[in-house]
Design a binder for this molecule. Sequence first.
Ligand code: NOJ
Length: 875
Amino acid sequence: MATSTPYSHFSLILLSISSCVSGASIHRRLAVPDGYVAAPYYPTPHGGWTADWSESYRKASLLVSNMTLAEKTNITAGTGIYMGRCVGNTGSALRVGFPQMCLQDGPLGIRNSDHNTAFPAGITVGATFDKDLMRRRGEALGEEFRGKGINVYLGPSVGPLGRKPRGGRNWEGFGADPVLQAFGGALTVEGVQSKGVIAAIKHFIANEQEMFRMYNPFQAGISSNLDDRTLHELYLWPFAEGVRSGVGSVMISYNAVNGSACSQNSYLINNVLKDELGFQGFVVSDWLAQISGVSSALAGLDMSMPGDGAVPLFGDSYWMYELSRSVLNGSVPVDRLNDMTTRVLAAWFQMGQDSNYPSPNFDTNTQDETGLLYPGALFSPKGVVNEFVNVQANHADVAKEVARDAITLLKNINNTLPLKLNSTLKVFGTDAEKNSDLNSCSDQGCDKGTLGMGWGSGSARYPYMDSPIDGLKARGANYKFYDTNLFPITDKASPGDVALVFINADSGENYITVEANAGDRNIVGLKAWHNGDDLVKAAAKKYDTVVVIVHTVGPILMEEWIDLPSVKAVLFAHLPGQEAGDSLMQVLYGDVAPSGHLPYTIAKQESDYGESVELVGFQLGQPQDTFSEGLYIDYRHFNKEGITPRFAFGHGLSYTSFSFSNASISSVTPLTAVPPTRPAKGEVPSYSTAIPPASEAYWPEKFDRIWRYLYSWLDKSDADKAAAKANSTDKYPYPEGYSTVQKAGPAAGGAQGGNPALFDTAYTISVTVSNTGKVAGKAVAQLYVQFPTDISIDTPVIQLRDFEKTRELAPGESQVVKMRVTRKDLSVWDTVSQNWIVPNVGGDYGLWIGEASDKLGLRCGTSTGRCADDVKSPV
Ligand code: NOJ
């Protein structure tokens, strides 16, 4: 059973409330293993230096130069948890025309709302390997968020990356490979933002497990300890692509990296994100992840969410009125506040939210029409909070297309699939039919019926669930359904019957525990839930033909039954959202051939994934999670160790077959060992750095306060006292390495995403994909790079760099598919020069093309300029 509360962040609150007991102790940085460093980097680079944002910064600066201190601090923080209709609500600056901003989850659809679409989850999108669908789902999400009056879409999730197969939230992202994750994330950003909604790509960074993620008074949040090369080549890669796509916001994560909490890690925010990646938008905290006022401001945080301090719901904040005070007393430079404010406003202008943007018309706190306007307040006015605006339009179509084209056929003996319409079917497993009380578990915190998504803030309410049983009914299939996970003793199998066995595996966010699993799959491990293995085995004993259908958040172990002779076919339908039924029927009955591919590796046994990627359990002091495997996660690890997985990353069968031929490679931009010099930063807005008069922070006269609501004003005496302190000799203890002198920026920077030369196409590859089978189908061409074998730098055997899905090809039909590799794709991160280096400019990179990471039939060489199909694959 789920243990959750109507207020989904309640356990976050409990943790924070108790932090008043000894709040200070958590701020001290604790020791991490030798060699893992979070170096200081100050000051925060001013935003506005890239040409693509300059007009928005110009507009923003006109407002900022006219704003008072309290107006500025009011828009850089939330008004408090449950203090508005959205999961996060900023203050406003109405005098200059800036309304409150509404921030709302989540990656697969609007959380806790109505008349919205429950889209397939990120992991399902990843499994499509279809860039066009990634983008179109993003557009549909953008339309829905805009339609509900949401300014900021709290997604996509590209971290966790999926380092730990048991990790609770991997399913919110697109797969355990940085490039797949990057395309999924960046195309979602582009789709969402094309509708004027700001995307907040998250969680920055290395938030690879749920347990121990948060700081609390008794224990610091888990420290993900990783080296700089691993950071750049794996975990940062999808964020870099999101920034390159112009993302308006980045959400920092709860955990620490190399001992420094992400919410105040100046190396990560000031250096990596804002200078090296050239991020121009605003950095928002994860909810209650902020653990300090001044330190987080100096380290580059721009927005505190939901605004509360150590003790939520009591009207305390680290920022708001405290930030006003910190600016007045000189501890936070005015310059930093101006930059925060400008970044928030610039993102708003950049998406065009200054004209005709709707206000929120829904309430995340209740499904009722009327309710408390500020449920977190002691006394709150009431009003209409849900206007039930239908934002679904025709988005079910793209949702279904994603669900269908993600379905991954892992095994299909003797062409068992597709089924014939007249087959007699016996259907087993509660996962085949929806939970009759569809949205009864808050934030989907239970595993009942068809699993369409995991649990937590990344969930949405289902407007409906088209279940597999609905699908069978609609097809007029001849079936009998046993709604149980225990094999029914009464069942009688007749010759020719086909057993469809539905099993699943769930996971989610840490504030809800489901069947003893605290977000991560810490109890069930990688086994199917609800005795799924036994159900399959029992069916396999009685039936000659068993088809297993799996709804899952990630890999499951199938060794107990995968090789049983009667287990003829296995389909992964991932997490289809509301469209679980007809999407599956279209594949089961062969209207379309399956075209999904695995976005992760499925091992034969859990230990095959490697020891270092196990969940970290309780440790005295700050839990230390050291990424000692470096680059070697998922298939990179299997290939290095020579471990044969059960199903490799990228694996996916079809009802037809494809050939890849006529490959050719062309050099586009010649490589150099070091990228061309970065462009210099452009002009940024400049403002007076004088501390504003204390009067700018005084409460307005006769102001009707709501108790516990967070405001940015101070009592006159407090403001005056703070202002007087600015002249005292008693200075704030600035951190080591603190500086206020703006830097020119690192060599690896220069534009959004990094030095633009990194994204120059080095080679294009074209290949003819032909349907050589008997039915129509879509193929996925995957391109992996193998670094020249003569270099001294250790690199993974192969790494995905691009992919393309074909259109549906009729039997005998061909399509020429084009892919590319960039300079960055052929580089390694050099930790000494802090730059992307091509290790052997004239070396022969192998660009391997095929249908899966272990099915690579073609090799194009960069130095030979030739492609061949008779070379032995490295995997
Ligand atoms: C915490 C989650 O980690 C984050 O993903 C979410 O956006 C916020 N809560 C807001 O609900």
